[in-house]
Design a protein around this ligand. Structure first.
Ligand code: HAM
Length: 416
């Protein structure tokens, strides 16, 4: 579990602001749900035989003996909130997004943490493959806008309760002949969760599943038609993707379309975002029979990928270098006025020398510095240095506030 410190947090804020801005354009509104839920919710949705439920949940009994779990993901809590608050009664289509911490007791390594953060989005109530394409388009758009290029969108279809059992059986039969090559995990779960062997990273599983039957050859007519229409819509709107029939996903609720945004730049953690359809989940959790589709991105992984392109701390518009008590008082009045008008102004509070104050202004990369010495004060003026242009002029003290507003209007900065 990591602290996110000043210097890093700017990248996080950038990633979050871009998500809010872009998701809003696609019609999504935010939902905030608790970080703790009844354990049963995750067992029923993610699946009893998944790694998450078997090994990774932070589960505890509260003082009344209820089993609670720190949420390992956001989809199940959002579905619980959707059902409990009857959001389906308000609108037949609900587009929701969320951001926040998730918890999985995994072995920590680069890009994999025990508290990590997701930005996720879910569309509830729409079967139409246009929505699958729209969700994927929004995801690709997000990566483009934040400047992550080294990424590939992979899609697959995992079928539905009609056709998946047939595929599972074919896969179990296939794996049974090759059990000795599978890793311990895949050996153990080959009957309960055989699909995981397909995207297992161990060499033995990779080799054993090389010629395994493809899920795409087992789709029923309806799933096949859905998947082909999703691809058609993606082609129509020029969203690039590759089909990866070996993508299995680690949660049980998926049906039909599944997808991952993958990269080679994060070592073993190659999925930066992932999701898919879960048409039976809302009903399984006691809600109406409504389809759903969504994804979640890992914020730590996004931030790692942005790397040195990470966002710098905002520059102060003005640093007031005041010398002496009276100049300090006048400087503080100006500073407060600028704060109230939305400018980022800084000053020194320790009575430092001019040189030390200028050094601090330089370190903070202030755009302007106002030097207020005793001599200037006697003339009711200050020296305004434009740090980018390297120029300096004397300005009447009474004019500094408006001058600064003209030079660095907050509206310009927001627009930029
Ligand atoms: P997931 O594949 O388990 O799916 O996680 C989604 C993303 O969260 C991953 O691609 C990764 O970027 C990030 N992530 C997962 N575990 C960790 C970890 N231990 N450390 C850092 N990042 C991690 C879900 O959670 C589904 N709820 C996604 C979804 C939404 N499907 C439909 N709607």
């Amino acid at each position: 579990m990591n602290d996110i410190l000043p210097g890093e947090v700017e990248t996080w804020q950038f990633l979050e602001t871009q998500a809010r801005r872009i998701f809003q354009a696609y019609g999504f509104t935010e939902i905030r749900v608790p970080t703790v839920e009844k354990t049963e919710l995750f067992c029923r949705s993610i699946g009893e035989t998944t790694d998450i439920v078997e090994k990774e949940m932070y589960t505890f009994d509260d003082k009344s003996g209820n089993s609670l779990t720190l949420r390992p993901e956001g989809t199940a809590p959002v579905m619980r909130a959707f059902i409990q608050n009857k959001l389906y009664a308000l609108d037949s289509v609900n587009k929701l997004y969320y951001l926040g911490p998730m918890y999985r007791y995994e072995r920590p390594q680069k890009g994999r943490y025990r508290q990590f953060h997701q930005i996720g989005a879910e569309v509830l109530g729409v079967d139409d493959p246009k929505i699958d394409a729209q969700v994927l388009s929004m995801l690709s758009h997000y990566f483009q806008e934040v400047g992550i290029r080294d990424i590939e969108l992979q899609i697959n279809s995992l079928g539905c309760p009609e056709c998946r059992p047939g595929y599972r059986k074919a896969l179990v039969d296939y794996l049974q002949q090759r059990l000795s090559s599978l890793c311990e995990d895949c050996k153990r779960r080959y009957e309960t969760n055989p699909l995981r062997a397909l995207d297992c990273k161990s060499q033995g599983c990779k080799e054993a599943t090389q010629n395994a039957p493809s899920v795409l050859d087992s789709l029923c007519a309806s799933c096949e038609d859905h998947f082909s229409r999703v691809r058609g819509h993606l082609d129509d709107i020029a969203v690039a993707y590759t089909v990866n029939p070996r993508m299995a996903r680690g949660l049980d609720y998926y049906t039909k379309t599944t997808f991952e945004m993958v990269t080679n730049s994060l070592g073993a953690q190659n999925a930066v975002a992932a999701g898919g359809r879960y048409d039976g989940l809302i009903e399984d959790l006691g809600g109406p029979s409504l389809p759903g589709i969504g994804f979640a991105m890992g914020v730590e992984r996004l931030a790692l990928m942005l790397g040195e392109k990470s966002i710098e701390a905002p520059r102060p518009d003005l640093f007031i270098a005041a010398l002496g008590q009276e100049a300090g008082r006048r400087g503080f009045v100006l500073l407060s006025a600028l704060h109230r008008r939305g400018l980022h102004a800084e000053m020194d509070y320790e009575g430092k020398s001019l040189k030390a104050q200028l050094r601090r202004a330089g370190k903070q990369k202030a755009r302007f510095v106002l030097i207020l010495g005793e001599e200037e004060l006697a003339r009711q003026a200050g020296q305004l240095k434009d740090m980018d242009a390297g120029s300096q002029e004397e300005v009447p003290l009474g004019a500094v506030e408006e001058l600064m507003m003209e030079k660095c209007r907050p509206a310009d900065r927001e627009a930029g």
